[in-house]
Design a protein around this ligand. Structure first.
Ligand SMILES: C[S@@+](CC[C@H](N)C(=O)[O-])C[C@H]1O[C@@H](n2cnc3c(N)ncnc32)[C@H](O)[C@@H]1O
Length: 468
């Protein structure tokens, strides 16, 4: 494809992303699947451009409004901003603006590449030329931009971030604007550990380095796809963010235990738990979504995890327990809740999701989280643990939920996170853990992981049977 044809494809694809109320990565995958003629380099160039445009959506929209003659105060006001966030300018204008503001192109260069020949887009017309010329020599970030624009974060969410991070809010949201690295978890069931696997990957020209906190993690330093390599095909590694790896390790599951992964989805953490248990004991993967649970099947097989029971739960809208919960009450050593959440901590991977999030959706999530906590807690045996995790950074989904849970369930005691870390991860915690020593927040700015929250509760042996 010519550079112009790549730009045309990016504009077309961005329009499809805007038109669908679905995650952008799904729309992108479908788009490239339907265009088999695109080579790997073209695919990468087009999708990189689309995701860069999504990451810069508020800033390019702000610049385009400014160039169209709007007063910067007005453009930046939160009500206008929220509206702009819902209906961004046309994809063509955003892609052109990105090339100028983000890549330093001139309008002349743009017109040279986008000349209307072949598959190249038509050149900027007179009105576009005037608009885009105003952006020349500028950069995406500008001190006149209000925080929500500069930080690419819906204005209504800023107070929650400020509550969570105080002075570090700017740094955290800036980190959430970036692209995420690709991490691999080494499968202890089939290998001797990361060193051996790193060598096998290097033999296939895939360079990695050990992750900072997870003893099982390797971070790719290049951009080659790991899926085509033998170590991946043989189940030696699984794609998994370092933060997710740590959540699974902090379950502190051991061989022979009874462990329940209550929101198992397609099994990302189940796989890690099976490896920690050396495939011995009882490991049950539950979810209300049968299709997702089904996708866990081939992954478990590839990883050599034979000992996993998968079971679909009835949805609990009316607060009723699934029969599985009643039948298995008080019988698990570990129950992990990898709760459905807004996914704010994964904005680096799903940058579009921030603009699809609504206050209503957040409320629905927090209500589901409370219901799931109440249900899953019933499964924990005396002396056993309930592990609550989200990939959110919003207090509403994290500490507020666990405080409410704790006050309604005095039979559970929260465990200090440094003790759990020492047991599950087995490394020094200096500089990793929050000051109060109770729960854990992992963040892109501090840890280089996706954003995660985790709290661990132990059911007191005394008063066993309470809280059912
Ligand atoms: C964060 S995702 C899980 C990701 C998965 N643990 C992994 O590591 O790949 C949350 C999951 O919770 C499931 N879920 C939603 N409501 C639920 C409920 N009431 N009970 C159990 N699972 C639920 C969703 O279907 C979704 O798969």
């Amino acid at each position: 494809m010519t550079p112009g044809a790549r730009i045309a494809a990016a504009i077309e694809l961005l329009a499809e992303v805007d038109a669908h109320d679905r995650p952008a990565d799904q729309v992108v995958q479908e788009y490239v699947r339907q265009r088999r003629f695109m080579g790997a380099k073209d695919r990468r160039a087009v999708t990189d451009l689309v995701f860069a445009a999504i990451r810069a959506r508020a800033r390019t929209s702000w610049w385009l409004a400014l160039a169209a003659g709007h007063d910067p105060e007005h453009v930046g006001s939160e009500s206008v901003g929220e509206q702009a966030a819902q209906t961004p300018p046309a994809p063509r204008a955003r892609v052109f603006a990105l090339l100028i503001l983000g890549e330093g192109w001139t309008v002349e260069q743009l017109a040279g590449v986008c000349d209307g020949t072949g598959y190249n887009p038509p050149p900027p017309d007179e009105a576009e030329q005037v608009l885009l010329s105003a952006l020349e020599g500028q950069t995406l970030d500008d001190p006149r931009q209000p925080d929500w624009v500069r930080l690419e974060t819906p204005a209504w969410l800023l107070p929650a971030f400020r509550e969570a991070f105080g002075e570090a809010t700017e740094a955290e949201l800036t980190a959430l604007r970036q692209e995420a690295p690709v991490d691999l978890r080494v499968n202890r069931l089939l290998t001797d550990g990361p060193r051996e696997v790193a060598e096998a990957l290097a033999a296939e020209d895939l360079q990695t380095q050990p992750t900072a906190y997870s003893p099982l993690g390797l971070r790719l330093t290049g951009r080659r796809a790991v899926q085509a390599t033998a170590p991946y095909r043989d189940g030696f590694v699984e794609l998994q963010d370092e933060g997710s790896q740590l959540i699974a390790l902090l379950v502190a599951a051991k061989p022979g235990m009874a462990v329940c992964d209550f929101c198992a989805g397609a099994g990302g953490k189940t796989l890690a738990l099976a490896a920690e248990m050396n495939d011995r004991g009882r490991l049950v993967a539950l979810d209300v979504d049968g299709e997702r649970l089904g996708r866990a099947g081939p992954r478990l097989q590839r990883a050599g995890a034979r000992n996993v029971e998968r079971r679909m739960l009835a949805t609990d809208q009316d607060g009723e327990s699934d029969p599985f919960v009643e039948e298995n009450a008080g019988s698990f050593d570990r129950v992990l809740i990898d709760a459905p959440c807004t996914g704010v901590g994964a904005w680096r991977r799903q940058p579009d999701s921030r603009w699809r999030l609504s206050e209503h959706a957040l409320t629905q999530r927090t209500q589901a989280q409370d219901r799931i906590l109440a249900q899953a807690a019933k499964l924990v045996k005396p002396g056993g643990r309930l592990i609550y995790a989200t990939c959110s950074l919003l207090p509403q989904e994290n500490r507020v939920r666990t405080w409410d849970f704790q006050s309604a369930h005095p039979e559970f005691r929260q465990l200090p996170i440094d003790e759990v870390w020492a047991e599950g991860v087995g490394t020094d915690t200096t500089g990793v853990l929050p000051n109060d020593g109770q729960d854990l927040t992992l963040t892109p700015a501090r840890h280089g992981t996706d954003g995660f929250y985790l709290a661990v509760f132990e059911r007191q042996a005394q008063g066993a049977g309470g809280g059912k």
